[in-house]
Design a protein around this ligand. Structure first.
Ligand code: GLU
Length: 476
């Protein structure tokens, strides 16, 4: 039975790296008909917070990664961890450590000044009986340390055998002086008690895994399988961090990425569905996911590709669904004009191909709902200079008159009509198409002009053209 878990620490937002780890664990569990467990690792009592726990849970919900068990909270499992120390104390594989943070900091600084590597110096392993008694009398806070006297090795399903010499692993703390278990200790006990079969997590945890292996051995427990995933990299191939852009999952939601695109994109950073496929919805990924197709090399997070993929998913939604997704971004703005839903849906249908991020919709198409707030005269002047457009007042007035006389104002009729007009004027159609678009939208680029005009309607088009001729043309 495959049982996997995602075990975020609520000391910050959900990082895209953890999100990707969660996706792989989720896919593996679903593919194997196993269980996906959510465990909140809040052993750091000071830095963990309820708000962050909520943000993390919301992030998983948004991505559609539903868990089968949990959330378990390590802060509620203190007694379980405490109980498990008894056995280790009896077998003398752990010892009390009375060193304070300051004392350790001081000794560490000295070592570093001497250019030596710091590892806990076993000061408390070698205390005399009197020293120990004195510390106890003084009521010094004490931690519990694991005595490392064996090297560690394990088989990683992705990387093969990984070893570490005992001299390179320090005697690590398992219970802190506040009585709480450390990450390494709680993690081993929970993975064991929760019967986790595979631990899939970031490569940056390999040094923790060595410590955890020693704990499994001390308890006489069989460790789970391990898979250490390569890290996600930024454009400069260093570990992805804030310097490269947003790293918190909900920032992507708030910016206007669809969860299905985001999940698809992250899944491809280190796993391949084969046959160079890129657009693979979650449901399909579940069917084809396998550990064999995980990559050993770090993958670069390319925001442009994410945006492209988002555009693909947006384009695949029907107009009504896309409207629902857009509402959080434009709901309040649409309220102002209270246009009919059909109108909004036809605008969405027209712009759909061009929307790559939901939050950009308003910038792209606000002119369908309000008159152009500004005119991008600079870009338009470039068109004029290049001879692709002409501003000719008389000509525009003639066009307005012609439009006014039109009974039907639909795409096809408009297209034929405008092209005929151009022919009658003896000019290329572009020379009037560009100015009309600019007058109606304030922009030089956009969807097909005739479709756009049909949606805006005759009265609105005429009104905007007249305003343009009266007020804007002189500025060009
Ligand atoms: N709490 C650890 C983290 O957030 C989990 C590591 C693990 O999966 O064991 O990185």
């Amino acid at each position: 039975m495959v049982r996997v878990r995602i075990a975020p620490s609520p000391t910050g937002f959900l990082h895209v790296g953890t999100a990707r780890t969660a996706i792989y664990n989720f896919l593996f569990a679903r593919n194997k008909g196993g269980k996906f467990v959510l465990r909140i690792e809040d052993t750091d009592l000071e830095r963990s917070s309820k708000e962050m726990t909520e943000v993390i849970i919301e992030s998983f919900r948004w991505m559609g990664l539903n868990w089968d068990e949990g959330p378990y909270f390590q802060s509620e499992r203190r007694d379980i961890y405490k109980k498990h120390t008894e056995e280790l104390i009896k077998s003398k594989i752990v010892y009390s450590c009375y060193c304070t943070k300051e004392e350790i900091g001081e000794r560490k600084r000295r070592m570093i000044a001497e250019k030596k590597a710091w590892r806990y110096d076993r000061r408390c392993l070698n205390l005399t009986e009197e020293e120990r008694e004195r510390f106890e009398r003084e009521g010094r806070p004490k931690a519990l340390r694991f005595k490392v006297d064996k090297s560690s090795s394990f088989h990683d399903l992705l990387h093969g055998r990984i070893e570490r010499d005992k001299n390179d692993i320090e005697d690590f703390v398992i219970i802190k002086s506040d009585g709480m278990a450390t990450y390494n200790f709680a993690c081993v006990i929970d993975d064991h008690l929760m019967e986790i079969s595979h631990v899939m997590r970031g490569e940056d945890h390999i040094s923790n895994t060595h410590k955890q292996i020693l704990l499994y051995e001390a308890f006489g427990w069989k460790p789970p399988e391990f898979i250490h995933l390569p890290l996600i990299l930024g454009s400069d191939r260093s570990k992805l961090s804030k310097r490269h852009g947003a790293v918190s999952v909900l920032d992507y939601r708030d910016e206007g990425f669809l969860p299905e695109a985001f999940v698809n994109f992250l899944a491809l950073l280190g796993w391949s569905p084969g046959e160079d496929r890129e657009i693979v919805p979650l449901k399909e990924m579940i069917g084809i996911f396998s550990l064999e197709r995980l990559s050993k090399r770090g993958a670069v997070f390319d925001p442009k590709k994410l945006e492209w993929m988002n555009g693909q998913y947006i384009n695949g939604l029907n107009n009504k669904e896309l409207l629902n997704r857009l509402l959080p971004f434009i709901g309040d703005k649409l309220g102002i004009k209270d246009k009919e839903e059909d109108y909004i849906l036809s605008v969405i249908g027209l712009l759909k191909e061009r929307i790559s991020i939901l939050s950009k919709f308003w910038d792209l198409g606000s002119y369908f709902f309000v008159k152009p707030e500004s005119y991008d005269i600079e870009s338009f002047s470039k068109y004029v200079k290049k001879g692709r457009a002409e501003v000719n007042k008389e000509r525009l007035e003639e066009i307005i008159r012609a439009f006014k006389g039109l009974k039907d104002f639909d795409t096809e009729i408009l297209e034929t009509y405008v092209r005929d007009l151009a022919e009658g004027m003896g000019i290329k159609p572009g020379l009037i198409i560009h100015p009309i678009r600019f007058a109606l939208t304030g922009k030089t680029v956009g969807p097909g002009l005739f479709e756009l005009m049909e949606i805006l309607g005759k009265d609105e088009c005429v009104e905007r053209l007249e305003y343009f001729v009266e007020k804007i043309i002189i500025k060009i």
